[in-house]
Design a protein around this ligand. Structure first.
Ligand code: N01
Length: 493
């Protein structure tokens, strides 16, 4: 039985980068009265859960870590998933977070009590109260399976890429993969090598650039270990290089045409068959969907056991997936396994329906005008509640760890303000939150994510971009590093 305290100052939900990053900084600031509620049985968040073959980071290793806990020994320029997972486990141990972790503790509901000015947090292993709740539950934690007619009649194996079934082997199988996003392109080359047949169901062709991956030599590990400033310099250079992508994504989409040329060259070099090439050629401006990096995806699709199907799926039957061509011809692709690489519930995060204050849930609040928050982390009407990597903090160009660190800094400033004022609760002012979001939407209108001619998970079902930060990360960092009390209400019980 998990031993839960009856009350804490801060309850953190989740132990991925956000949850651990919050816990580390709480401790550093001398705040030790907190608990990390984790539904799984280990830390690591998305890097614990995504274990599909080939899973790796498509952001360079040097920037994909906490700035205060650099890892001098990443094995590759783009870290494989097991290393990032091991990194997070090590950070949790090194920073002494174990006593604060409660595993198997899924948060079922958080209810704000106006009388006591406390949150009641109900978990699968008991209930506690907390002055402050920090949701580090992640934007990419809830796999989304497609709603396809007849799916339940399928007699073979199905699983989502984020819940890989390691008891299953592709050897000798006829496998269907649905989806061609960042996850699919990493595991498809692995499946193709083993499977008897692979049918890739592609709804939208995506831009794929070569992946400049390489092994990091031992001398570099030694140099980074001995001279941490060298690693910081390398990190800064990579960071600035990634930031420059915003110039194309936001300020001059003409620049994207140069990158598109490189991607088309990659396609032409890898795929000789003009019919396949045509299928794989995107029709939207690069950047509108996440830019994918791979040296093995296109070559895998040219192999005799691979087929790219672009006719839409109309149903699933007991032994396969049925597509329908424009002329109405139906084809049944006989398969014994369907792997869903269909992404995550991003603009409708499940945590939102579990958080209630003043008679409504966060989901209900967000159902009015889409996900909205101040600085992507606090919501008017939900006192003492902070959500990390919340609305409009996702990135199409750089490491999310930068945003997390900046938000954690702001969170600590908010706690300082709360304590200094002797207040019981803090929440954003409605008008400030509205103005902040209006400004974000105005900025986003100009970006490739909104104007690039694609549909993506960056946009919600009403076409609003409630997921991405519109500009440079240093702008976000600068904004949240200044805590402006006039943006918030402080309540006294
Ligand atoms: O998911 P996605 P993902 N019928 O949502 C298709 C992060 N990530 O798991 O493009 C047919 O991008 C859908 O088609 P379309 C990263 O932020 C990071 O691949 O909408 N197809 C699309 O092709 C990434 O963006 C790393 O037309 C259907 C695919 O499924 C995010 O995770 C690595 C369908 C979904 O693509 C999600 O990536 C991997 C249907 N009914 C992932 N429904 C890093 O390295 C959906 N699709 C950091």
């Amino acid at each position: 039985m998990t031993d839960l305290p009856s009350h804490v100052s801060v309850a953190i939900i989740g132990s991925g980068f956000s949850g651990l990053g919050t816990a580390i900084k709480l401790k550093e600031s001398g705040r030790h009265d907190f608990v990390i509620l984790e539904r799984a049985h280990d830390v690591g968040g998305t890097w614990r859960d995504n274990t599909y073959p080939g899973c790796a980071c498509d952001v360079p290793s040097q920037v994909y870590s906490f700035s205060y806990a650099l890892n001098p020994t990443w094995s590759r320029a783009f870290s494989p998933q097991p290393e990032i997972y091991a990194y997070l486990r090590k950070v949790a141990t090194d920073r002494g977070l174990e006593p604060h972790l409660r595993f198997g503790a899924e948060v079922l509901a958080c209810e704000w009590d106006e009388q006591t000015q406390l949150w009641t947090v109900e978990t699968t292993v008991g209930t506690l109260t907390a002055k402050v709740v920090v949701a580090g539950s992640g934007g990419l934690s809830e796999p989304k399976e497609p709603d396809i007619k007849g799916l339940s009649s399928f007699e073979g194996t199905t699983f989502h890429s984020a819940r890989w079934d390691h008891s299953w082997s592709a050897a000798g199988r006829r496998v269907a993969v649905i989806g061609t996003g960042a996850s699919a392109i990493q595991f498809v080359p692995h499946l193709q090598k083993e499977a008897a047949g692979l049918v890739l169901f592609q709804r939208t062709a995506t831009w794929v650039l070569p992946r400049a991956d390489r092994e990091i030599p031992a001398w570099q590990h030694k140099a980074f270990t001995r001279f941490p400033w060298l690693q910081r310099a390398s990190r800064s250079a990579i960071y600035l290089g990634r930031e420059s992508h915003i110039l194309g994504f936001r300020y001059n989409q003409g620049l994207m045409r140069l990158a598109q040329k490189a991607a088309l060259k990659n396609l032409h070099r890898s795929v000789a068959d003009p019919v396949l090439r045509e299928k794989l050629t995107p029709t939207f401006t690069m950047g509108c969907k996440r830019v994918l990096l791979s040296n093995t995806y296109y070559p895998a699709l040219t192999q005799p056991n691979a087929h790219v199907e672009t006719d839409p799926i109309v149903e699933v039957v007991a032994n396969g997936v049925v597509t329908e061509a424009k002329d109405g011809t139906r084809t049944t692709h006989e398969v014994d396994t369907i792997v869903f690489a269909t992404g995550f519930a991003v603009s409708d995060p499940p945590i939102a329906e579990r958080v209630h204050a003043r008679g409504r849930s966060l989901k209900e609040e967000w159902s009015k005008n889409g996900m909205q928050a101040l600085h992507g982390m606090s919501v008017a009407g939900f006192p003492n509640f902070f959500i990390l990597v919340g609305p409009n903090t996702g990135l199409g160009h750089n490491s999310i760890t930068l945003m997390i660190e900046a938000q954690v800094g702001h969170l600590l400033d908010a706690l300082d303000a709360l304590e200094a004022a002797g207040a019981s609760a803090i929440e954003p002012r409605v008008e400030r939150q509205a103005a902040y979001n209006a400004d974000l939407q105005r900025q986003l209108k100009k970006t490739v994510w909104n104007r690039g001619g694609c549909s993506s998970w960056y946009l919600d079902d009403k076409g609003r971009n409630t997921t991405l930060w519109p500009t440079f990360t240093f702008t976000f960092m600068r904004e949240v590093s200044r805590f402006d009390p006039s943006e918030y209400h402080l309540h006294r019980a």
